[in-house]
Design a protein around this ligand. Structure first.
Ligand code: PLP
Length: 397
């Protein structure tokens, strides 16, 4: 059994805070501070440019990619780190469309995170080849998959509701109909068991600052099915993805396999923090994590619903249809979240009326959940949210 009191000790959690927002930005892993200081002082400071070889900066996007790969069922050498998730969505989508030149539909859903949809709209404009993006309700995606669909691009866990797609069914039907699948793991990696080999997605992408705790701006990852990678056209043909970057040829030739999904210079400083954050996972069994997440989520849902009649559960009540977050709908949700943050319970708000709470067993336990329920009940029942100071919307909600 995974020892979650040990993983909790691996984080530097501020006193007096119950952090239920690890689905948005994971907390600071203790090891990240020293790892980062080492990279700054011993590597950058002392090695200067020789660090690219001596400290292995050049190959780190692949090394760290392999560590992330272990958490998502990807074989070694099939995942690479870099850029942001939006960029990785662009790369996966552009490659997928090039592999299905006779099809015009990008199928996503109306619950997908807007950046994924915006990136799709941008590609459609750039290609100018009459592609179109369809965004049915999440529950209608499966039935919509047909032979006109080039690529199904879905985020497994809905960022607002926490609803989880049945990826096995989606991939199976997509492949039957000759469509490719891009699986966005933003709210899955480190949250639920994922196996991109067993459920053979063609592309998988995700960020590492949410459940993987890599820190604000941590690099994203991309996986390409190994047998597909050599035939993929990398849309962003930067020099680091070239077959031989330091030959400085005038002509682009894609690197082999997943290397071609590299673009420019990797974020070496950010990779140090992420690498430290990944140490936490070394002794974690994803099935234990999932079981614990379901237990804590149930405790949270039961407690909040019993004591806060103004809140409605917005997430699926069946744990198997949910990722690792719990959302409630409430008309004054923004103000209520601000009142909670003031009292040490950090969740977040998503328009138009969703109060969202991440359940992260690595560092959240049943005592935290019980204390959070007490505070939420106080705020709701005393109408503490109804204070003018909680009404002003900040830039980031
Ligand atoms: C968090 C998230 C993003 C964020 O993209 P960035 O480029 O890292 O800002 C994109 N897509 C999904 C599905 C997300 O959940």
């Amino acid at each position: 059994m995974t020892d979650f009191s040990r993983t909790r000790d691996m984080f530097d959690l501020p006193k007096g805070v119950i952090y239920l927002d690890g689905n948005s930005l994971g907390p600071l892993p203790r090891a990240a501070t020293d790892r980062m200081a080492h990279r700054l002082q011993n590597e950058w400071g002392q090695m200067l440019i020789t660090g690219w070889n001596k400290a292995g900066w050049f190959i780190e996007p692949r090394k760290v990619g392999d560590r992330v790969g272990k958490l998502i069922g990807a074989p070694a050498g099939s995942v690479v780190m870099g850029d942001t998730l939006s960029i990785k969505v662009h790369q996966a989508l552009a490659s997928a469309l090039a592999l299905r030149p006779d099809r015009r539909v990008i199928l996503s859903d109306s619950g997908n995170f807007p950046s994924d949809l915006y990136m799709a709209q941008g590609i459609i404009d750039t290609l100018n080849q009459d592609h179109r993006l369809e965004t049915p309700n999440p529950t209608d995606v499966l039935d919509r998959i047909d032979t006109d669909v080039a690529v199904v691009m879905v985020t497994e866990v809905d960022y607002r509701s926490g609803r989880r797609h049945d990826m096995a069914a989606i991939v199976e039907r997509a492949h039957q109909k000759g469509a490719l699948v891009i699986w966005d793991l933003a709210h899955s990696a480190g949250a639920v068991p994922v196996d991109v080999t067993a459920i053979p997605a063609d592309f998988a992408v995700g960020c590492t600052y949410k459940f993987l705790n890599g820190g604000p701006g941590a690099p994203a990852f991309i996986y390409v099915r190994p047998d597909l990678a050599e035939n993929c056209r990398p849309a962003l043909s930067g020099w680091m993805g070239h077959e031989s970057p330091f030959a400085f040829d005038l002509d682009y030739r894609a690197g082999s396999g997943i290397d071609r999904m590299r673009c420019g210079t990797p974020p070496v400083l950010a990779l140090a923090a992420l690498d430290a954050a990944l140490d936490v996972w070394d002794d974690v069994d994803m099935n234990d994590l999932r079981a614990r997440s379901i237990e804590l989520s149930q405790q949270f849902i039961d407690g909040v619903l019993a004591r806060c009649p103004d809140l409605t559960l917005y997430s699926p009540s069946d744990p198997h249809q949910r990722g690792s977050q719990v959302s409630f709908a409430f008309q004054h949700g923004y103000a209520a979240i601000q009142a909670l943050i003031d009292r040490g319970v950090i969740g977040d708000f998503r328009a138009p009326n969703i109060m969202r709470f991440g359940i992260t067993p690595l560092y959240i336990n049943d005592t935290d959940i019980a204390a959070a329920i007490d505070i939420i009940a106080d705020v709701m029942n005393a109408h503490a949210w109804d204070d003018p100071k909680y009404q002003n919307r900040a830039a980031v909600t």
